[in-house]
Ligand binder design. Structure first.
Ligand code: ZN
Length: 462
């Protein structure tokens, strides 16, 4: 296998193929086939996301994939922001369509005409919905599995509120939701407020969750957007206030994609292959029988016990492979916990445990398996988070002048916020402004022009 540190890009492509996550050979450019193992991981990520938003009273919906041209032909910067990326359906059978239809690049223009029908009075607010669907963008840049593709597996949440304050409170709640999701996926991140020229088209402001891959390049893994009344004024979404007057709603959105999987692969994997957080591992525990008398029965019995406490567990009973081959195979696929069972374990009523990311083996009593295994999975997750935080910190550098921007990774520096200064940084260092670091109040002189600035984050990004 490729060396992750030296050739991250090659390593990333290789592990996706070896672990059978997706197949890039599909004959339409930028569209890959999800293979069972990859799709299962993505589905587990989706269920973590669903659980986190359902708890906050979001409701799941499913909108049509097609959007009429008239819905998109509102004179509005949001539409202009996407016009070069839209796929158009122009024919039904052999007939030209009366109205051309777009494949959704995102769903504002699909949902908001309906919002204007659904929202009548303040009693209908807040309206909080989400969907997990494919969206389509005609990417012209070089495509890369799970990072830049033309068919995107997309989570999008949309809300409408009576006041701007309520919409701001929703932005805070998104961060709470993200904290919960990111801790299960063991992903470190910065919150960056995107510069105005890089915010979501039509938004008042955009906050991104940025992480960094071992290549030193940043990866945007989620975004939340405050729309204010920018969209409701264009889509005429009004509600009747208690005093009898009408007002436009205030809106927010939250978007994520299979980049979450890209981050998991890139951040946690090693030279043996994937390392999966237990919460998204299709198989959390693999039991490998070392052939001998009574071993297979014993292994199956342990499998049954762990199934009863909802552990995703499997006995690898393939006959044509050696235990050594199986060890490597499941390590490559990132299974968090391996249990070895041989005649000695059967005789002593014990089990031998190996954790994917913690060296050494641990012997436990068979009778304690329902306590020891969940404990081990928690330890694995905590270690993954610690290690990921450490690598993240190692990729963050503080710069006090332009010459300090040479390090591979995220650069934090004071910046006045001007496009001129960001462009100058980009032309000299290839790194551009991800935005001001949210939550930092530090101020100082801009590294370029020397004017008063705030702490910002810069990087070369995917
Ligand atoms: Zn400046």
């Amino acid at each position: 296998m490729e060396n992750k540190k030296e050739n991250f890009s090659e390593w990333y492509n290789e592990i996706i193929t070896l672990a059978e996550l997706s197949d890039k050979r599909y004959p339409v450019k930028g569209m890959n086939v999800w293979l069972p193992y990859g799709w299962k991981i993505m589905s587990l990520i989706d269920s973590i996301v669903r659980k986190a938003v359902d708890k906050k009273n979001f409701q799941e919906v499913n909108f049509p994939i097609l959007i009429g041209r008239s819905m998109l032909e509102v004179e509005f910067e949001h539409i202009r922001g996407f016009e070069n990326e839209i796929y158009w359906v122009t024919k039904g059978g052999k007939e030209n369509l009366e109205e051309e239809l777009a494949l959704r690049p995102t769903s504002e223009s699909a949902m908001y005409p309906m919002f204007s029908l659904w929202v009548r009075s303040h009693a209908d607010l807040p309206l909080k919905i989400y969907q997990i669907v494919s969206v389509y963008r005609y990417e012209t840049k070089h495509t890369r599995s799970f990072i830049r593709i033309r068919e995107i597996h997309f989570f999008e949440a949309h809300t409408a509120h009576a006041t701007y304050e309520d919409a701001e409170a929703q932005m805070d709640q998104y961060k709470e939701i993200w904290r919960e999701i990111s801790s299960q996926l063991c992903l470190p991140y910065f919150y960056d407020q995107r510069p105005d020229w890089d915010k979501f088209p039509g938004a008042k402001y955009t906050i991104a969750f940025d992480t960094v891959l071992p290549s030193g390049r940043s990866l945007q893994i989620g975004t939340i957007h405050q729309y204010g009344t920018n969209f409701s004024k264009n889509y005429d979404i009004k509600y009747l206030k208690e005093d009898g007057s009408f007002d436009y709603v205030h809106q927010t959105t939250y978007g994520m994609s299979e980049r979450l999987l890209a981050a998991i692969i890139g951040i946690h994997g090693d030279d043996k292959g994937l390392v999966l957080p237990p919460d998204v591992a299709p198989i959390q525990v693999i039991i490998i029988p070392i052939p001998g008398s009574g071993v297979l029965e014993y292994a199956r019995d342990v499998e049954n016990t762990l199934s009863t406490i909802n552990i995703r567990v499997k006995v690898d009973d393939r006959e044509n492979y050696t235990p050594g081959y199986k060890f490597n195979d499941w390590e490559m696929r990132g299974v968090p916990l391996r249990i070895e069972v041989g005649e000695r374990e059967v005789k002593n009523r014990t089990l031998t445990l190996s954790m994917r990311n913690i060296p050494g083996k641990v012997t436990i009593e068979r009778s304690k398996v329902i306590y020891e295994v969940p404990d081990a999975l928690i330890r694995i997750r905590e270690k993954m988070m610690d290690d990921a935080q450490k690598v993240f910190r190692d990729h963050v550098f503080r710069a006090s002048k332009l010459e300090d921007f040479t390090n591979e990774g995220l650069i934090t520096a004071f910046w006045c916020g001007s496009k001129e200064c960001s462009d100058r940084i980009e032309s000299e260092t290839e790194k551009s402004a991800l935005g001001f670091m949210v939550g930092s109040n530090e101020t100082g002189k801009c590294v370029v022009c020397g004017k008063e600035g705030r702490l910002a984050v810069f990087s070369k990004s995917y």
